[in-house]
Design a binder for this molecule. Structure first.
Ligand code: PLP
Length: 385
């Protein structure tokens, strides 16, 4: 007779949408009702009020709701005057959306390697900026960790850069007490459900403190209109809708500070509790202001699958952020066939190692202390069999 290992029930997931819904159901339904009864579903008072609350939270003068984070980056670059074929410096280790936005805005992506924490290596960025005439930068505050904002500021001033900061994973993150997204002319973020401020569907926002840029961003997300039926620009249809804005404003944004605190507590427990010769926690030097969108750890390449399987066997789900570099993606190589000959293992050795070693442990605001202990315990005993 064949022995079948029983499938362990998954208990600890990466994002617990069931618990989220149980927590917020009645408030969300009340927000939906308000919008339904208002009879106004696109670009009304809900979006306007949410935009100003978000801007206030962020310390920016203007928030501009968009359909998603990808579009927020694209219209940010377009508002900053990116010309077709112009070079844009970014990181090879991120959501594909970062580079896709650059390409959709007409830019030509340039990449530099990452540092040991997985974030764009700003020293290498500077070395490239010295050699190449690059005017645009899309830095990514990956995993919820802030890049050094003082270094970004220096680069911006020294090389006269136009910057759209990709804050999709880092809403509320700080570096030396300063909020991410306040160095670049534009900050972009996402309300995709898994993000730290995740809506019940798609959404995003661009933020700026420049009134002219704000006007342009507002126009670009709405068919390029400057007034009704006057189209000054070839814009997008990329609006945050009233229902998502109402839910974000009434229910989710007010919870963000406590959710962030919970993520930081879990990260602290993992950092202090996980000790295993094969597991490394690749944190930047300064994680004080991180909002821990993800909790990446590194496992030797030949042991990663075993590690993930062992945790799954105990009902703990993990994931990989990210399994491939953006310049190795088929769509990128089709768009830039000349890059196919580039060996990314040689060109971006650190980033490439990340794709082979990184594993994300569960970190979300609805994890219980007991579940955090179970994850830590599993990290200690996974290779004892
Ligand atoms: C999620 C994400 C995006 C894209 O956001 P969408 O709302 O899904 O379009 C862009 N950049 C990063 C780093 C992300 O994590």
């Amino acid at each position: 007779m064949e022995l079948v290992t029983p499938l362990t029930e998954v208990k600890i997931v990466l994002n617990d949408f069931k618990r989220l819904w149980a927590d917020v159901e009645s408030d969300v339904l009340a927000s939906v009702k308000t919008v339904g009864e208002s009879g106004w579903y696109i670009l009304g008072s809900q979006v306007r009020d949410f935009e100003s609350q978000l801007a206030q939270f962020w310390g920016h003068s203007y928030g501009i709701g968009t359909g998603n984070g990808l579009d927020a980056i694209e219209i940010g670059l377009r508002a900053l005057g990116l010309q077709p074929g112009e070079k844009v410096l970014t990181t090879p280790l991120s959501a594909f959306a970062t580079t896709l936005a650059i390409i959709r805005a007409g830019g030509k992506p340039y990449f530099v390697d990452v540092d040991p924490s997985g974030l764009m290596d700003l020293e290498q960025a500077e070395a490239l900026l010295q050699k190449e005439a690059i005017r645009f930068l899309v830095p990514v505050h990956l995993y919820g960790h802030a890049l050094s904002l003082s270094t970004l500021e220096t680069l911006k001033n020294r090389y006269h850069l136009s910057i759209v900061e990709d804050c999709a994973q880092a809403i509320g993150a700080t570096h030396e007490e300063r909020m991410v997204g306040t160095v670049g002319q534009v900050a972009a973020t996402s309300f995709y459900p898994t993000k730290n401020l995740g809506a019940f569907g798609d959404g995003g926002a661009a933020l700026t403190s420049d009134p002219n840029l704000a006007t342009l961003l507002q126009s670009l997300r709405d068919y390029g209109q400057t007034q009704k039926y006057v189209h000054e620009h070839l814009g997008l249809n990329s609006r945050l809708d009233e229902v998502q804005a109402a839910i974000l404003k009434e229910v989710l944004l007010p919870k963000l500070p406590q959710w962030t605190k919970k993520r930081q507590e879990i990260a602290k427990a993992y950092c202090e509790g996980i000790h295993h010769p094969h597991l490394k926690i690749p944190t930047p030097l300064d994680t004080h202001g991180s909002v821990w969108h993800l909790f990446p750890i590194r496992v030797p390449q030949d042991k990663r699958q075993r590690f993930m399987d062992a945790l799954r066997g105990r009902g703990i789900l993990t994931a990989i952020h990210y399994p491939a570099l953006i310049p190795d993606q088929p769509a990128f190589l089709k768009a830039f066939p000349g890059e196919a000959s580039i060996d990314t293992t040689l060109k971006f050795p650190q980033a490439k190692r990340f794709t082979k070693e990184v594993v994300s442990l569960p970190i979300h605001p609805y994890l219980s202390d007991d579940e955090v202990s179970q994850v830590i315990e599993a990290c200690h005993s996974w290779d004892t069999l």
